[in-house]
Design a protein around this ligand. Structure first.
Ligand code: PEP
Ligand code: MN
Length: 333
C-alpha cells in the first residue's frame, strides 16, 4: 500500500503518521520527491483502515499495490532512481551510462589498453570479468583476485569506475574498491547472494536470467532492496529462445516495460544478447532508441585471441564509432 502525502506536510506530522503505521506492525519506506512524499507500507496492510488513512488531513491519496515488488515499484517512488558513482559516471534519469570493456580481464596490458581506448571513446565505466561463470569447468575461469587488482590499476590509470561480477559472497572482501558489483544472469535467482548484497553499500548491476520473466527480475531486485540497498541497475541481456542464429534474443520491449513498472535504471547488453560483434551496433542503437539508461558493451583489443566471448567483442575503433552513433540517436530522441 502507498500513501501520498500532501505538499506542505510538516516533518512532525510525517513523523507522527510513521509512528502510528509502525505501531501497526508495518515497515514504512519513505520516498521524498521534489514535491511529494510517498510512504510505502510494507507488511500485512489488510488490517489498515483505508478510509481512516485517506481521511487524514495530511494524506492526499492511498493506493493498494497488487504487485509483489514494492521497493522497486514506480508507484512507490515516482521519480527515476539515479545511480551516481562519480560526477561523470551516473546511470538513470537523463544520465546515460556507457559501460565498456572486455569480457574477462586477461593481463595488465590488455585491461589498461582497452580502458584507455574506451575512455577516449566516451565510456563512463570500465567492465571486465575477474570471476567468470563458464559453462565448462575446463574453460578459462577468470583471473580471480588478481583480475580485480588489474581492474583497479586500469581505474587508477583512467579514472573510470569499474564494474565486475561477483559469483560468491565469500569473495566480497575482494570487492571493497569495486564501484559497481555485477550479478550475472546465472545468479539472478541466487537469493542468498542477493540478500547479502542487500546489506552492502554499493550499486548492484543485476542481469536478467536467461529464462527469467520481468516480474522475476524485479523480485530479484526486491531481494537486494529489501536488505536496505536501493542502488540497483537492471540489465536486459537477452533471453534464451529457439533460434540459434543469435546467442540469445534481445527483449527490447523489456526496456520501456521495466521503466514503466520500476523507477530503477535499465541498461542493455547487446553483446551477450546477440553473441555476434556485427550485431552489437544495430542493437545498441535500438536500445538507446527504446529509452535505455545505458549500455554494456564487450570491447577487446584483439577479439580473435580473446580468452572468452571474442565473437561478440567489438574492437576499440568499432566501439568508438558505436558510441558516436548512440549519441546521435540520443540527441534525436
Ligand atoms: C558478463 O557480463 O560477462 C556475463 C557473464 O554476462 P551474463 O551474466 O549476462 O551471461
Ligand atoms: Mn562475456
Amino acid at each position: 500500500m502507498i500513501a501520498v502525502l500532501k505538499s506542505g506536510t510538516t516533518a512532525a506530522q510525517k513523523e507522527n503518521l510513521i509512528k502510528w503505521l509502525s505501531a501497526q506492525g508495518l515497515s514504512v519506506h519513505v520516498s521524498e520527491g521534489e514535491y511529494k512524499t510517498v510512504l510505502g507500507l510494507i507488511g500485512d496492510t489488510s488490517k489498515i483502515d483505508m478510509d481512516l488513512l485517506s481521511g487524514l488531513e495530511i494524506v492526499d491519496q492511498v493506493t493498494r499495490i497488487s504487485e509483489p515488488f514494492k521497493s522497486a515499484n514506480r508507484k512507490f517512488h515516482p521519480e527515476d532512481t539515479v545511480i551516481s558513482v562519480t560526477d561523470t559516471a551516473k546511470i538513470g534519469g537523463s544520465n546515460f551510462g556507457l559501460i565498456a570493456g572486455p569480457c574477462s580481464v586477461e593481463s595488465e596490458e590488455q585491461i589498461c589498453t582497452v580502458a584507455k581506448a574506451v575512455k577516449a571513446a566516451g565510456a563512463t565505466f570500465l567492465r571486465g570479468g575477474a570471476f567468470k561463470p563458464r559453462t565448462s569447468p575446463y574453460d578459462f575461469q577468470g583471473m580471480g583476485a588478481e583480475g580485480i587488482e588489474l581492474l583497479l590499476k586500469a581505474k587508477a590509470a583512467t579514472g573510470l569506475p569499474i564494474v565486475t561480477e561477483i559469483m560468491s559472497i565469500s569473495h566480497i572482501d575482494l570487492f571493497a574498491d569495486v564501484d559497481v558489483i555485477q550479478v550475472g544472469a546465472r545468479n539472478m535467482q541466487n537469493f542468498e547472494l542477493l540478500k547479502q548484497l542487500g546489506r552492502c553499500n554499493k550499486p548492484i548491476l543485476l542481469k536478467r536470467g536467461m529464462s527469467a520473466t520481468l516480474k522475476e527480475m524485479l523480485m530479484s531486485a526486491e531481494y537486494i532492496m529489501a536488505g536496505g540497498n536501493e542502488q540497483v541497475i537492471l540489465c536486459e541481456r537477452g533471453i534464451r529462445s529457439f533460434d540459434p542464429y543469435t546467442r540469445n534474443v534481445l527483449d527490447l520491449a523489456a526496456v520501456p516495460l521495466l521503466k514503466e513498472l520500476s523507477h530503477l535504471p535499465v541498461v542493455v547488453d547487446p553483446s551477450h544478447a546477440t553473441g555476434a560483434a556485427r550485431l552489437v551496433r544495430p542493437m545498441a542503437l535500438a536500445a538507446a532508441a527504446a529509452g535505455a539508461n545505458g549500455l554494456m558493451i564487450e570491447v577487446h583489443n584483439d577479439p580473435m585471441h580473446a580468452l572468452c566471448d571474442g565473437a561478440q567483442s567489438v574492437t576499440p575503433d568499432q566501439f568508438a564509432e558505436i558510441a558516436k552513433a548512440v549519441a546521435t540517436v540520443r540527441t534525436a530522441l
